[in-house]
Design a protein around this ligand. Structure first.
Ligand code: NAD
Ligand code: 3PG
Length: 526
């Protein structure tokens, strides 16, 4: 596991990576060109907000499996390019939100009470408070744009200062607004017209880039205080400077600048603009959290495990991980069976979740099924990230359905694979502490604990066939661990599922296939 760390992360994170057996190269001073030259050697890249992870980089990063964003925002990472290549992108969305919220408040106090200016005067040995009268927060209205993780933390903290809080976030439920005690504004202009302080906490997206621009400042109350501790450009810098000159905006606190890292922004010319160099996450606590979390995630992703904070995968609550892990193993096992048993191209995959399975985040289990399905037959890397894109590109339609009850089992997954009008079915369950069982293959019933090596044979249900299988496997030095028979009385056919201790050679398989009454025999690797 070769990991390149291209921006500073906490020592604790680096130690975690090494403890887990990764070879870590810390190269935080590489030029872009140097980064492009070395990236081909690495399976994982850990970045913060300065490294642009884009098409140019992906083209050189031929071994790259994981991008770890040691932090929250992923606007420096081309997600589509990563997904297409099966590269998992992980981040640490919770790890630094308190620090970011606290810097927002810091900037708010610094601007509203002119703390840096007063500090500078005194440092220059001048005792002078004139012309720098501040503004109290109590009784004022704060307008929050983006009431997500950081926006909510800011809201609850501002409430404790006796402020009235309003917010604009069309993607947050009324209940959440109510629970936070925040008044919802349906229109951004209404928020602009009502707040004394504006603070933005949206991600940087096509929709939010420049969301606070000339139009919004026209609707603003005169004397507005503006805080941007989210991403540069969410508050358009040109429009902000115009509003500062027109005294519509009285002061601003800015942690993020267009073109950063740089120290030449025209915003630096304004005495009433307090700036910090993207320091929102720069606390010991946040960096330790971020470093350790990203290290754990990168290692899990490199090991092919499901990662709760994978950005280009369905999100899973950490609490659900233990339960879901067994289902992912079951899904992958069921998926892996098809191409090893049938050699027909697939046009349709139907997945039925019944009982307890139906209540889970089934989209990831379906990804595990697709990963298992395609892995045995594709040269390209198949993983949770690109499995559904691969299905789509191969013209395979995937459908999911759910039923809350089952007949005999608490939980059941049935996979139906359609190919040229024929349907292959396989079902499985989980019991105890994550024990997998295959219960049915093509209508033959079993109770098989799937093992790494399995032999599956279809035969005419008549005496002698099973005995000959045993004899020939013995002659081929293959030890049978378990054997089960499923039969269909309707057509005098049966299916044998054997778990064996080693691989079965082509020669032995040919002998088995030659037994009278054997219709088909396949060696399956899980
Ligand atoms: N300065 C720093 O060092 C620092 C540190 C951490 C995070 N951040 C940045 O802070 C921002 C917020 O992070 P978060 O973890 O709270 O994100 P989040 O995803 O939890 O919340 C973002 C919120 O913005 C809302 N939103 C999206 N589009 C919107 C729109 N068009 N109008 C209004 N609301 C919209 C979403 O519904 C969501 O509630 C991000 O830009 C992140 O990159 C900065
Ligand atoms: O999105 C984030 O996590 C913050 O903006 C911090 O970015 P940084 O890791 O570059 O400090």
């Amino acid at each position: 596991m070769k990991v390149l760390v291209s921006e500073q992360i906490a020592q604790k994170g680096l130690e975690k990576l090494t403890e887990e057996g990764a070879v870590v190269d810390i190269k935080t001073t590489l030029t872009r060109q140097e980064l492009l030259e070395v990236i081909g050697d690495y399976e994982a890249l850990i970045v913060r907000s300065n490294t642009k992870v884009n098409e140019e980089l992906y083209q050189k990063a031929t071994r790259l499996k994981v991008v770890g964003r040691a932090g929250n925002g992923v606007d420096n990472i081309d997600m589509e390019g990563a997904t297409k290549r099966g590269i998992i992108v992980v981040n640490t969305p919770e790890s630094n939100v308190v620090s970011a919220a606290e810097l927002t408040l810091g900037l708010l106090f610094a601007t509203c009470r002119n703390i840096p200016q007063l500090h500078n005067r005194l440092k220059d040995r001048v005792w002078d408070r004139s012309g720098l009268k501040g503004m109290e927060l109590q009784g004022k209205t704060a307008g929050i744009v983006g009431l997500g993780r950081i926006g909510s933390l800011v809201a609850t903290r501002l409430k404790s200062f006796g402020m009235n809080i309003i917010a604009y976030d069309p993607y947050i439920s009324d209940t959440r607004f109510k629970n936070l005690g925040v008044e919802k504004k349906e229109k951004l202009a209404d928020l602009m017209g009502a707040c004394d302080i504006l603070t933005v906490h949206t991600p940087k997206t096509e929709e939010t880039y420049g969301i606070i621009g000339k139009e919004q400042f026209k609707a603003a109350k005169k004397g507005l205080t503006v805080i941007n501790c989210a991403r540069a450009g969410i508050v358009n810098e040109e429009a902000l400077m115009e509003a500062l000159q027109a005294k519509v905006v009285k002061r601003a606190g800015i942690d993020v600048l267009e073109g950063e890292p740089q120290a030449t922004s025209p915003l630096l010319e304004f005495d009433n603009v307090i700036v910090t160099p993207h320091a929102g996450a720069d606390t010991v606590e946040a960096q330790d959290n971020v470093g350790i979390t990203v290290a754990q995630e990168v290692i899990s992703a490199l090991r092919g495990e499901m990662v709760p904070n994978a950005v280009n995968l369905p999100t899973l609550p950490i609490q659900a991980m233990d339960t879901i892990k067994s289902y992912l193993r079951l899904g992958e096992t069921l998926g892996k069976m098809y191409y090893q048993l049938e050699k027909e191209a697939v046009d349709k995959v139907e997945i039925l979740y019944r009982g307890e399975a139906a209540a889970l985040e089934t989209s990831v289990i379906s990804l595990a099924i697709l990963k298992g399905l395609f892995e045995p037959v594709l040269k390209e890397r198949v993983n949770y990230v690109n499995a559904s894109l691969i299905a789509k590109s191969r013209g395979v339609t995937v459908t999911e359905s759910k039923e809350s009850t089952t007949n005999n089992y608490l939980t059941l997954i049935t996979l139906k694979v359609g190919s040229k009008g024929k349907v292959f079915t396989i079902s499985g369950t989980i019991f105890g502490k994550g024990e997998l069982r295959i219960l049915e293959i093509n209508g033959y019933e079993f109770d098989v604990n799937p093992m790494p090596y399995m032999l599956i044979a279809e035969n005419i249900d008549k005496p002698g066939v099973v005995g000959q299988m045993g004899t020939l496997l013995g002659a081929g030095k293959v030890n049978i661990a378990t054997m089960q028979l499923g039969r269909k009385t309707t057509d005098q056919r049966a299916m044998m599922v054997l778990t064996v201790d080693s691989e079965v050679s082509k020669e032995t398989l040919d002998f088995l296939g030659g037994i009278e009454g054997i219709l088909k025999v396949r060696f399956v690797k899980i």
